[in-house]
Design a protein around this ligand. Structure first.
Ligand SMILES: Cc1ncc(COP(=O)(O)O)c(C=O)c1O
Length: 405
């Protein structure tokens, strides 16, 4: 059959992480590849009881279609929480529930991008955003970053005389993949630059509440007085990703556009899942759950950092993340992270090469490690095996060097 696909199918690439997620079915594998939260912290029993209660008490309403904007009970619960925890000054009219924040990214692409438009993002940036935006065939400007965030002069230059830049996409808190957190100063400056060129900022914030060593960072949306920031949120990392619940928080005019596009995308996010989450937020101590995650993940981060210091050859560079789920390794230039992935795989360890996090010209010597989903002794063992692979590859690379006589 001569099937004629859309031109989009020429640009779509699968994700290594989704491929390796299949490995999680094998419990022997030490899994550092995806962004999985710790499954043992899911409130499984409470959610089982709540699911039963919701269906009994809400009856057909729990199983019926529901408004595209989302179940009002969940929107209200999230608004309360965002205003309390993030000082968001938001209202239910500025919140739309999405099927995970991955859908927030998909809708963002559909709302803003025509082929050939520019997306301005951090270098590296979140692979799921690269996949969602790439389908709409934009051009990319990857802005270099240091430990405090984007290089502001490079950001300004990216926006200057370029009316086809549609938005700045950033993950300012404990970024996936780099673990980096932006300074307050850079957040303010970015807002000022976005105002100068009059474009929106997409602030993708799944990790901001998972801080370990300091207070919660300030949301750029909190600093915004013009409704310029579109914030994407999710319950995936602080609650349960399987419920697929996220939200877009934006000014009402922009949010209406997102609503129109969501109608065409999936009509509404699962009514039952939204009700279960809303009831959970009302009946249980969600803040205590998040606080527990901070402690467990901090201990796992510490275990990984210590094991890297003890086991890894000194040529491997990394910055200790101050929160989130990820640690980013820079390997010597001659080491290809894909080969590292393959060799680790043979030793029962799943790791994620960094190349997918660059929309255009990847750094092939980068590797992302997740520390949230394995207990500490498995983390130590996994790093030991990874370090063995690294030493092997460094020794091989040294042998390949021309010998001066
Ligand atoms: C930066 C970022 N944005 C969005 C997502 C998507 O999350 P979800 O669709 O589970 O809410 C992730 C998941 O890892 C992420 O790291």
């Amino acid at each position: 059959m001569n099937v004629k696909y859309s031109s989009r199918m020429d640009v779509v690439r699968g994700s290594d992480i989704r491929e390796m997620l299949k490995m999680t079915q094998n419990l022997d594998v030490i899994y550092f590849a995806g962004g999985l939260p710790a499954a043992e912290l899911f409130p499984t029993k409470a959610l089982g009881e709540l699911a039963k209660e919701v269906i009994e008490k809400e009856g057909f309403r729990a199983l019926q279609y529901s408004p595209t904007e989302g179940y009002i009970g969940l929107r209200e619960a999230l608004v309360d929480r965002l205003n309390k925890v993030w000082k968001a000054h938001t209202t239910v009219d500025q919140i739309m529930i999405t099927t995970g924040s991955q859908q927030g990214l998909d809708l963002t692409a559909k709302v803003f991008l025509d082929q050939g438009d520019y997306v301005v993002c951090e270098r590296p940036t979140y692979v799921g955003a690269v996949m969602a935006f790439t389908l709409f065939q934009p051009r990319w400007i990857e802005v270099p970053c240091d430990d405090d965030g984007m290089d502001m002069a490079a950001l300004d230059a990216a926006l200057k005389n370029n009316p086809r830049v549609k938005f700045i996409y950033i993950v300012p808190n404990f970024q996936n993949p780099s673990g980096r957190t932006w300074s307050l100063e850079r957040r303010r400056q970015t807002l000022a630059i976005a105002a100068k060129y009059d474009i929106p900022i997409i602030e993708d914030n799944p990790y901001g509440e998972l801080y370990f060593d300091e207070d919660q960072p300030t949301a750029i949306q909190e600093l915004d007085t013009e409704g310029r920031v579109i914030s994407l949120g999710t319950l995936s990392k602080t609650f349960c990703p399987g419920l697929r619940l996220g939200w877009v928080n934006a000014n009402e005019e922009i949010l209406r556009k997102y609503g129109l596009i969501k109608q065409a995308t999936d009509l509404n996010t699962s009514t039952l899942d939204q009700m279960i989450a809303a009831w959970y937020l009302q009946k249980y101590d969600f803040e205590a759950d998040v606080a527990e995650k901070r402690i467990v993940y901090r201990n796992r981060r510490d275990a990984m950092v210590k094991a890297i210091h003890e086991e890894m050859p000194p040529e491997i560079r990394f910055v200790k993340p101050r929160g989130g789920l990820f640690l980013w390794l820079e390997l010597p230039k001659q080491i290809n992270a894909r080969t590292v992935m393959r060799r680790c795989f043979e030793r029962g360890v799943a790791v994620c090469p960094g190349e997918g996090f660059y929309p255009q010209s990847p750094e092939l010597n980068t590797l992302r490690l997740n520390f949230s989903c394995m207990p500490e002794e498995r983390i130590r063992e996994g790093i030991r095996r990874l370090a063995t692979v690294m030493r092997e590859m460094l020794a091989e690379a040294a042998l390949e060097q021309p010998i001066e006589v």
